[in-house]
Design a protein around this ligand. Structure first.
Ligand code: OAD
Length: 234
């Protein structure tokens, strides 16, 4: 690992599972109780805004009941201590990475605690209930704030910055993601194409497991602190 300087870490719902945030797929997954098309598409929002806003209001409220786990904390430590480049790209819309101390962080699928006013385009931190149709602090319009979340059919955020980081990283690490959703699922192939080493840490093999040089199977709360400790101690 002596020649590792630039690192890109991709995280998915599995890293927050031990904090009590449900994953999307699999038993008890979020999508088990809902059809994706009913709550996570622009069409769903146009058809039944109350259902969609309430779904995200409930998830935002739940953030107050969960805490970062040792995997989030370990990435916060890595961020504080790693002397080279680091970019943590999360598909998660929770705020557990921030609360675990991560700063070199990007939410490619948006954030529960951000609101986007469709009347004026303003995006800013949001707490409370969008289903109550709050007024936009920027333009004063009422009832136009939607979750600042990337829905199916919409473009993930900051793809140029992510692609630039992938093209110059020496190590790409994927944690707790099923590899079912593109473009994130394709990051391992991009990183490999540019010569990076690739490591996956997941409870079970992801859909793209065979693309990784190394796969470690187990709980993020155990694997990630071990990996960070090993990396920082050289
Ligand atoms: P998924 O629910 O698809 O996958 C979660 C992965 O985490 C699975 O492969 C689990 O095996 C693994 N896992 C579960 N518990 C774990 C643990 N304690 N430690 C390590 N791994 C664990 O979630 P994502 O891959 O994040 O997009 O889903 C990707 C995107 O699909 C989400 O960002 C969301 C969703 O639809 C949007 O909403 C746009």
């Amino acid at each position: 690992m002596a020649d590792i300087r630039n690192i890109v870490v991709l995280t998915g719902a599995g890293i927050s599972a031990e904090s009590g945030v449900p994953t999307f797929r699999g038993p008890d997954g979020l999508w088990e109780g809902h059809r994706v098309e009913d709550v996570a598409t622009p069409q769903a929002y146009a058809r039944d805004p109350d259902l969609v806003l309430d779904f995200y209001d409930q998830r935002r409220a739940k953030l107050h009941t969960v805490e970062p786990n040792p995997a989030h904390d370990a990435l916060g430590r890595l961020d504080a201590e790693w002397p080279g480049e680091l970019l943590i790209v999360t598909q998660n819309v929770d705020d557990l990475h921030e609360r675990g101390g991560a700063k070199r962080l990007l939410h490619m699928h948006g954030e529960l605690k951000s609101g986007w006013c469709l009347a004026c385009g303003d995006r800013r931190p949001f707490e409370g209930k969008m289903a109550e149709r709050p007024t936009c602090p920027a333009c004063g319009a009422r009832g136009h704030i939607r979750p600042d979340i990337v829905w199916f059919g919409e473009m993930p955020y900051q793809m140029e910055r992510i692609e630039a980081a992938l093209s110059t990283c020496d190590l790409f690490v994927s944690i707790g993601t099923s590899g079912a959703v593109y473009p994130a699922a394709g990051f391992v192939q991009s990183a490999r194409q540019f010569g990076a080493q690739t490591l996956e840490m997941n409870l079970d093999p992801s859909e793209g497991s065979f693309f990784f040089h190394e796969s470690r199977m187990g709980k993020a709360g155990e694997l990630v602190p071990e990996w960070v400790e090993g990396l920082l101690s050289g």
